[in-house]
Write a protein that binds this ligand. Structure first.
Ligand SMILES: C[S@@+](CC[C@H](N)C(=O)[O-])C[C@H]1O[C@@H](n2cnc3c(N)ncnc32)[C@H](O)[C@@H]1O
Length: 358
């Protein structure tokens, strides 16, 4: 069931969207100007951002420390993911067609997750806890079905310092350590651009055997840290790369901040004020890097129509068929934490998600 606060692009609005796209794509997005390219090996990783976040590593897991608002965001992240899955659960390649099939995986966690920009692992580790252990069953031989339906998670960050912090923390919990040992939970110190070529991709004939793309890709509080260097790397080209690692029918789910006057006041002036008012370290955010929901939706639409090398891969209507867009505002209330608030996506923090068509 969808929340009433959710903005969704479904079949009723898709045709209007497609009309817009077919009239604007060719004029505003000529093939030669896109910067979406992994082949050119432009790194999306900004040295300043990397050094800022790496410097927070030792306090990353302090729930009262500089990453406090990220810790507090976890429950809403899980809720939002669950609401996306309630809207449409990706059909895993291992899901059989017949419910009578003895290998039926409908009642099992079968979704593969990729968490991009995992930092010290606040979300990744919480997701790993939702992967059933090899011994957990419902009593009838089936594994328990958890809300995230996660069967594995690969978590990626370009900071070696943060990946070390993340791994060390994960080892403190034997159930999470077991997933690290079994390979169901992996931390990878890599940029997305370096990681993509390591995946198996479908053949030009569309054969997805060995397709290593993911059912769910998460991108929490990362997009607003990507530099905008036209002709090199942009948040838009980074987003297209994120979309390229999502399987057909899968979701890319993230959170970011709208670029508005209230968000400048809240996220830069108040949130970065000295203690006891501020909740994040000074220099965490750069207002001009914030992304409005409308901009993001446009980037998503273009990203769906282009491959990793920036070439148009499919026509507008075909690429967007079955695609869904969701956007939901979230507000931090001191003492209460983050709450989903209808309409607030147009002026502050928000969750967003795109489902790729099958
Ligand atoms: C605000 S933290 C969010 C961490 C984590 N997603 C969370 O919400 O708990 C931003 C993270 O993005 C990472 N990051 C910055 N640029 C990146 C890039 N180009 N690719 C992947 N991660 C990046 C940083 O290293 C940092 O760990």
């Amino acid at each position: 069931m969808l929340r009433p606060t959710t903005t969704i692009i479904t079949s009723s609005t898709t045709s209007a969207l497609l009309r817009t796209l077919t009239t604007t794509t060719t004029t505003t997005l000529p093939k030669t100007t896109t910067s979406t390219s992994t082949k050119r090996h432009h790194s999306s990783v900004s040295a300043n951002e990397l050094s800022h976040f790496s410097s927070l590593a030792t306090s990353w897991w302090d729930p009262q420390g500089p990453s406090r608002v990220l810790h507090l965001m976890n429950p809403v992240r899980h809720d939002f993911i669950a609401s996306c899955l309630a809207e449409s659960t990706p059909i895993s390649s291992t899901t059989p067609s017949s419910p009578m099939d003895p290998t039926n995986t409908h009642n099992r966690n079968n979704l593969r997750y990729l968490d991009i920009g995992c930092g010290g692992g606040i979300f990744a580790e919480s997701l790993a806890r939702t992967i059933p252990s090899s011994t957990s069953t419902s009593g009838e031989g089936n594994e328990l079905l958890t809300r995230t339906r996660a069967s594995s998670i690969t978590a990626l960050d370009p900071s070696p310092t943060l990946i070390k912090i993340a791994r060390d923390h994960a080892r403190l919990d034997p159930s999470v350590q077991a997933h690290l040992d079994s390979g169901k939970f992996k931390y990878v110190n890599s940029s997305l651009e370096e990681f993509i070529p390591t995946l198996h991709t479908p053949t030009p004939e569309g054969n997805t055997n060995g397709d290593a793309r993911f059912d769910i890709v998460t991108l929490f509080e990362v997009l607003e840290h990507i530099d905008n260097i036209p002709g090199s790397i942009t948040p838009q080209s980074f987003l297209a790369n994120c979309l390229s690692v999502v399987k057909p029918g899968g979701w890319l789910i993230g959170s970011t901040i709208a670029r508005t006057f209230p968000s400048w006041l809240v996220n830069q002036v108040v949130a970065e004020a000295p203690w006891p008012i501020g909740v994040v370290p000074r220099g965490t955010h750069e207002w001009k890097k914030f992304v409005n929901p409308g901009e993001l939706e446009g980037w998503v639409q273009e990203g769906l129509m282009r491959g990793q090398d920036g070439r148009a891969v499919r026509g507008g209507s075909e690429a967007l068929e079955g695609a869904k867009w969701r956007c939901e505002g979230v507000v931090y209330f001191p003492g209460l934490g983050w709450k989903l608030v209808k309409g607030s996506e147009s002026w502050g923090n928000y969750f967003w998600a795109v489902k790729k068509g099958v």
